[in-house]
Design a protein around this ligand. Structure first.
Ligand code: SIN
Length: 283
C-alpha cells in the first residue's frame, strides 16, 4: 500500500488545556514520515488526539499504534483471540458498571506503564458514553510552589489489586474476561510528580484507579494528601470531553493524562477497540 503523503492536516483544539481534533488524515494508509511527524508533534502538544470518520481493520489500527512503539498486552484482561494486544472493550445494555469508569491512568501498577492508548469506536450508544480527559500537566502547574517542592520529593504506591482482585473478576462487563494472573505481584512505586520523557514537562502522577498510598509519610498524612491531589487532578478546568461515533479514533498520552469513561447510557451497548503502546519508567 502507498504511504499517505502530504495531506492538508488540520489540528483544532478541543479545550483550553488539552485535546485536539485532527482532520485530513486517513489512518488506514501507511503514514509518511512527514505525516507521522505532524501527528507526533500534535500528540506532544495536545496529549489527546481525535480522528473522525476512520475505517480501520485491527491490523491497520495496530500498524498505526506501532508508529509510536511496541504494543503492550493487558496483564489481566483477555485480548482478542486473533490479536491478543487488542482489547474489545464492551459494555452490554444491562451491565451495571463499565470498563474504564472512574478517573484513572492506565496500568500505573506496572514498573513501565503504557505510553498511551489508542481506541477505535465500533458500536456506540445513540447518546452518552463520552470519555473525559484531564491534563495532569495543568494539574501540576496550578499547585503552589511550596506544594510542588514537597511533592517533588515524594513517591506513591500503585497497586493492581485496587481494581483487579484475586478473589474474582472485576472487568465489570459480561463480555470481557479476566485471566487468573495474581494482582498482588503488580505493586510498584512511582514519583508523585513525573517528568514527561519527551517534552520535559512536569505532571502530577497519582490516580484514583491504582494509587493506594503516598510513601514515607503517616497513614493520615497519606490519606489527606491523596484526597486533596485526586480531587485537584480532575477539576473541570483541566479537562476535555470526547463524544464518540463509530469510526472515531482517540489516542491519549498516558504519561500526563487521566481519563474517565462515562457510563450514562443504560440499556445500550458500547464497543470500542483498544490497543496500548509500551512506555518507560516514570522519573
Ligand atoms: C479505558 O479506560 O481504556 C476505556 C476508555 C473508554 O472506553 O472510553
Amino acid at each position: 500500500m502507498k504511504p499517505s503523503t502530504s495531506v492538508p492536516a488540520t489540528v483544532k483544539p478541543l479545550s483550553g488545556v488539552l485535546g485536539a481534533e485532527i482532520s485530513g488524515i486517513d489512518l488506514s494508509q501507511k503514514l509518511s514520515t512527514e505525516l507521522f511527524h505532524i501527528i507526533h508533534q500534535a500528540f506532544l502538544d495536545h496529549h489527546v488526539l481525535v480522528f473522525r470518520n476512520q475505517t480501520l481493520t485491527p491490523e491497520q489500527q495496530m500498524r498505526f499504534g506501532r508508529c509510536f512503539g511496541e504494543l503492550d498486552f493487558h496483564p489481566f484482561v483477555e485480548g482478542n483471540t486473533e490479536f491478543p494486544e487488542l482489547l474489545n472493550i464492551v459494555t452490554e445494555p444491562d451491565d451495571q458498571l463499565n470498563f474504564g469508569g472512574g478517573w484513572h491512568t492506565d496500568v500505573t501498577f506496572l514498573a513501565e506503564p503504557d505510553l498511551g492508548s489508542i481506541l477505535y469506536g465500533i458500536e456506540l450508544p445513540a447518546y452518552g458514553g463520552d470519555t473525559l480527559f484531564s491534563s495532569q500537566i495543568a494539574a501540576y502547574n496550578t499547585l503552589s510552589d511550596p506544594m510542588k517542592e514537597m511533592l517533588g520529593a515524594l513517591t506513591a504506591t500503585h497497586a493492581a489489586a485496587k481494581q483487579y482482585r484475586a478473589d474474582g473478576p472485576s472487568t465489570k462487563s459480561k463480555a470481557m474476561n479476566t485471566n487468573d494472573t495474581d494482582p498482588a505481584a503488580f505493586t510498584v512505586s512511582h514519583p508523585v510528580i513525573r517528568t514527561h520523557p519527551e517534552t520535559g514537562r512536569k505532571a502530577l502522577y497519582v490516580n484514583s484507579g491504582f494509587t493506594t498510598r503516598i510513601n514515607g509519610v503517616s497513614r493520615d498524612e497519606s490519606k489527606m494528601l491523596l484526597d486533596f491531589l485526586l480531587n485537584h487532578a480532575v477539576q473541570e478546568r483541566f479537562t476535555c470531553r470526547v463524544a464518540w461515533e463509530p469510526g472515531t479514533l482517540v489516542m491519549w498520552d498516558n504519561r500526563c493524562v487521566q481519563h474517565h469513561a462515562l457510563h450514562d447510557y443504560a440499556g445500550q451497548r458500547r464497543h470500542v477497540r483498544r490497543i496500548t503502546v509500551k512506555g518507560d519508567q516514570p522519573r
